[in-house]
Design a binder for this molecule. Structure first.
Ligand code: ADP
Length: 345
């Protein structure tokens, strides 16, 4: 054992003990030296009384000073903590609290308090960003609805114009409605208000069913699928995983070039099930790959109106909630590959 590595005990108990031992030693030293002087020099009664008086004053002073210093060491930081927590309670998260004393318990309390205020500050920033993103996403379709509704007030419109404007209004309201349901769903998953209902079902059939549902979109782009599925029975939340596959498949279609193939593979690998979807579309640069799972993050301006940047955030939250993983990879030949790894243990 290396003695040099031994840290001194900095607990409040050890601190009080050290101060008390120090005060007892000083008192004993004073008493001892007084007795020694008295015995050596044999002083008169008057001098003796004066010495005892001085000694008593010394000892009383020490006995007052020691507890005072002790209490001060404990009270001072508590006062600081009190002021900081009042600030925090009022919503001011920029609190900086540094402990300079010697008591380890107080140091830990200060560090935890600092961590808590930093965490609250980052949650507040996220909340503000979320509110401004939501407002922005609402504003675009609302402005378009307002504009076309105003145009519709003109009595001299042709039937074609009237139809065109109402189509724009309908698509604006659809966008708003999908935005609201996506936000509600994401909030539910984030606050864990959704209790994943576990059932045992055929995963390959679920993916096939989603592909069939999206047929009107992929057939428009002439997309061909290369499917490599094993028969896979899985126990998990069918409802939540539905969102995962349908978001990944619809993105692969959305960001593919016309006629571009899409490969989907579903395999059992040891204790996991691996779902891989590869498209040959526009790809995602490394910088953007780091952000695509954030709420409202959209890389491609051309397709912005076809989504709201919430799909992959939902996918990630669902997989986190159910203890599974997702990875993204891009290379020059293929566009984008998303891999979902489901734990079966
Ligand atoms: P959106 O509704 O805009 O598609 P997502 O959250 O699903 O939002 O995706 C976030 C962003 O990631 C998209 O806006 C897009 O830029 C990018 N992205 C997602 N999937 C792909 C893909 N397969 N190929 C290229 N880019 C993609």
């Amino acid at each position: 054992m290396n003695i040099n590595n031994k840290q001194p005990d900095r607990s409040a108990f050890a601190y009080c003990l050290r101060v008390l031992v120090f005060s007892v030693l000083i008192t004993a030293l004073l008493l001892g030296s007084t007795i020694y002087i008295l015995m050596t020099y044999g002083l008169s009664t008057g001098t003796l009384q004066a010495n005892i008086g001085i000694l008593a004053i010394f000892i009383i002073n020490i006995e007052i000073l020691v507890p005072f210093l002790l209490v001060r060491q404990l009270i001072k930081p508590l006062e600081k903590l009190n002021i900081a927590s009042e600030k925090l309670a009022r919503g001011d998260f920029n609190v900086s609290l540094v402990y300079t004393g010697k008591i380890s318990e107080l140091e830990t309390v200060f560090q935890n308090f600092q961590m808590m205020s930093e965490e609250l500050a980052s949650v507040e920033t996220l909340r503000n960003d979320f509110v401004s993103n939501v407002s922005h996403e609402f504003k675009t379709p609302l402005t378009s609805i307002e504009g076309y509704a105003t145009l519709l007030q003109n009595n001299e419109l042709t039937d074609t114009e009237r139809k065109e404007y109402t189509d724009h209004i309908i698509s604006g309201t659809k966008r708003l409605s999908s935005l609201v349901s996506n936000i509600l769903f994401l909030t539910k998953v984030e606050s864990q208000n959704i209790q994943p209902e576990v059932s045992t079902y055929r995963l390959d059939e679920q993916v096939l069913q989603i592909l069939l549902q999206q047929e009107p979109i992929w057939s428009q782009k002439d997309i061909e699928f290369e499917l490599n599925f094993s028969e896979i029975v899985y126990s998990g939340s069918e409802q939540l995983l539905y969102h995962v596959w349908s978001n990944l498949i619809s993105n692969a279609i959305k960001y593919s070039y016309p006629k571009g193939p899409i490969k989907i593979q579903l395999d059992k690998v040891k204790d996991t099930i691996v779902f891989t979807i590869t498209d040959y579309g526009i790809g995602i640069s490394e910088h953007h790959q780091r952000h695509i799972f954030e709420k409202f993050y959209q890389v491609d301006t051309e397709h912005k109106s076809q989504g709201n940047g919430l799909g992959l955030a939902q996918v990630k939250k669902i997989l986190d909630l159910t203890g599974n993983q997702i990875r993204v990879r891009c290379n020059e030949i293929s566009g984008t590959t998303f891999t979902v790894i489901l734990n079966t243990k």
